[in-house]
Design a protein around this ligand. Structure first.
Ligand SMILES: Nc1ncnc2c1ncn2[C@@H]1O[C@H](COP(=O)(O)OP(=O)(O)OP(=O)(O)O)[C@@H](O)[C@H]1O
Ligand SMILES: [Mg+2]
Length: 257
């Protein structure tokens, strides 16, 4: 399903302490596209995902999902929050099963699906552990499994791999690409890692400092699986690093020799 931000503005608070998080941002995430978003801290990336999920409303402008104005959350859009929280009173397995329970899926089917994701996440031995018994990275993998088990058509992921070690991060990135390619979901993925964005995206957007606007919007046409040591990858890495450095430090591009 395509997600469309049409001249979206988001203002938090009231004068004199109001914050303009986004100002007139327009962006369409096409159906089946894997879009990664990079941008300086505080530029409005999470705000953008919250609006796509329907948990926040734009101050001005419209957000559409599959052509219809988003008015609230829906099961077709799954969000993984930056401050993801597991239910502390539920085991790993029952955290993953939560969405399926709500949808009235049978216990057997729930367990079949949860077990598949516990396996993929390398957490099968921890099915009955509670969140406080798991490391931060393990909790994050449970949160990812809890999202993916529901197979939402649109995946909104806010720095989903932030607290994972490099190896797990790469493995889960590959898994996510596999899920995306298999089912052609629409993915909107926020990250601070330039390499991760180039590795995953088929379209990459860089945002400006707050108020966030689109600074660059580029297709990533590298063949998969991608090689982060290839010349094309290095070239993209340099281009995007420069774009972001200028944004973070406020250096005008023309000042760069
Ligand atoms: N609920 C809120 N109330 C008030 N201000 C908010 C709220 N949510 C976000 N903001 C402000 O809006 C701006 C954008 O925040 P947002 O969380 O979207 O940034 P971000 O790009 O996700 O940053 P980071 O990379 O650090 O996660 C920030 O200045 C933030 O302080
Ligand atoms: Mg954020």
């Amino acid at each position: 399903m395509p997600i469309e931000f049409d001249t979206v503005q988001k203002v938090f608070g009231k004068p004199p302490s109001q914050v303009i998080a986004l100002d007139g941002l327009s962006l369409t995430v096409n159906d089946g596209e894997f879009m990664c978003i990079l941008g300086p801290s505080g530029c409005g990336k999470s705000t953008l995902l919250f609006m796509a999920s329907g948990l926040e409303k734009p101050t001005c402008g419209i957000v559409r999902n599959d052509g219809k104005t988003v008015t609230g959350p829906g099961a077709d859009r799954g969000m993984l929050f930056q401050q993801f929280a597991l239910f502390p009173w539920r085991s790993a397995r029952r955290n993953i099963e939560f969405g399926l329970e709500i949808r009235g899926i049978s216990a057997e089917e729930r367990w079949n699906r949860a077990r598949k994701w516990l396996d993929i996440m390398g957490l099968a031995p921890f099915a009955n552990a509670y969140p406080h018994q798991l490391s931060g990275g393990m909790q994050q993998r449970i949160a990812i499994a809890r999202l993916l088990v529901n197979e939402p058509e649109v995946l909104l992921m806010d720095e989903p791999f932030a607290s994972l070690d490099a190896q797990t991060r790469t493995a889960l990135g590959e898994e996510l690409v596999r899920v995306w390619q298999q089912d052609q979901r629409t993915v909107l993925f926020v990250t601070h890692s330039i390499d991760e964005a180039i590795m995953l995206a088929d379209r990459l957007v860089v945002m400006t400092r707050r108020p966030g606007r689109i600074k660059a919007d580029m297709p990533i046409r590298l063949a998969r699986p991608r090689d982060s040591a290839s010349d094309e990858f290095n070239h993209l890495r340099k281009t995007i690093t420069d774009l972001i450095r200028h944004e973070v430090h406020g250096i005008p591009e023309e000042a760069n020799p």
